[in-house]
Design a protein around this ligand. Structure first.
Ligand SMILES: O=P(O)(O)OC[C@H]1O[C@H](OP(=O)(O)OP(=O)(O)O)[C@H](O)[C@@H]1O
Ligand SMILES: O=C(O)c1cc(=O)[nH]c(=O)[nH]1
Length: 178
């Protein structure tokens, strides 16, 4: 099985939960994709890193991250997968709010100013979280080259409206959820 096929099987078996849920946007849905069960799983996480690197292979970026918390293990997996391939890729974490003590940063990790960065998410529904990260990154002086997510739940139009390319490794059809 390819990495892409293996990760799809992992998401289906470990991440998909059926039942009524309220989503981050406040919308209701009949299912949830609990991506943390996947991105923090010892077998699936390395696949996440490799699949997301493959998905964005043609893009030019040297740092990756997104809005905490969903994006964090995705970015870390990509950093390690890149290192295993001999490529240096930094990661960063965009806080939901600027820290009020210490160095009072909104974005943690190596500086992103003046760098080409990829904004990632574990899953994107409205695109709101991904675009919050994009806004913070642009404010910090980074050039966001694209938004890439593991599972798309319908954020393509919102990301396109923000003028950015959008990549997703899987959609709801492939997960038998649409
Ligand atoms: O496209 P959106 O409508 O923004 O929804 C997707 C977001 O929802 C989830 O995070 P959540 O908001 O639950 O926060 P958490 O990562 O802090 O748990 C997920 O990790 C995405 O970040
Ligand atoms: O839209 C969301 O909040 C959301 C949907 C989903 O399937 N999984 C998740 O972690 N968040």
């Amino acid at each position: 099985m390819s990495d892409r096929e293996s990760l799809l099987a992992e998401i289906k078996s470990k991440g998909v939960v059926h039942g009524k849920v309220v989503l981050s946007s406040g919308k209701e849905a009949d299912f949830y994709v609990d991506m943390r069960k996947v991105t923090l799983d010892g077998q699936a996480a390395p696949l996440v890193g490799r699949v997301m690197l493959d998905l964005t292979e043609d893009l030019d970026y040297d740092a990756v991250g997104g809005l905490t918390l969903g994006a964090d293990p995705v970015a870390a997996a990509m950093l390690h997968a890149a290192a295993a391939r001999g490529r240096k890729l930094d990661a960063f974490v965009v806080r939901k709010a600027q820290k009020v003590h210490g160095l009072q940063r909104r974005i943690e990790g190596p500086d992103v100013a003046g760098r080409r960065v990829l904004a990632v998410e574990d899953t994107s529904t409205t695109g709101g979280s991904a675009l919050t990260a994009v806004e913070a990154l642009r404010e910090a002086g980074a050039e966001v080259v694209a938004v890439a997510v593991v599972v798309d739940r319908g954020a393509a139009a919102a990301v396109a409206e923000a003028g950015l390319p959008y990549r997703s490794a899987y959609g709801l059809e492939e997960l038998d959820l649409a």
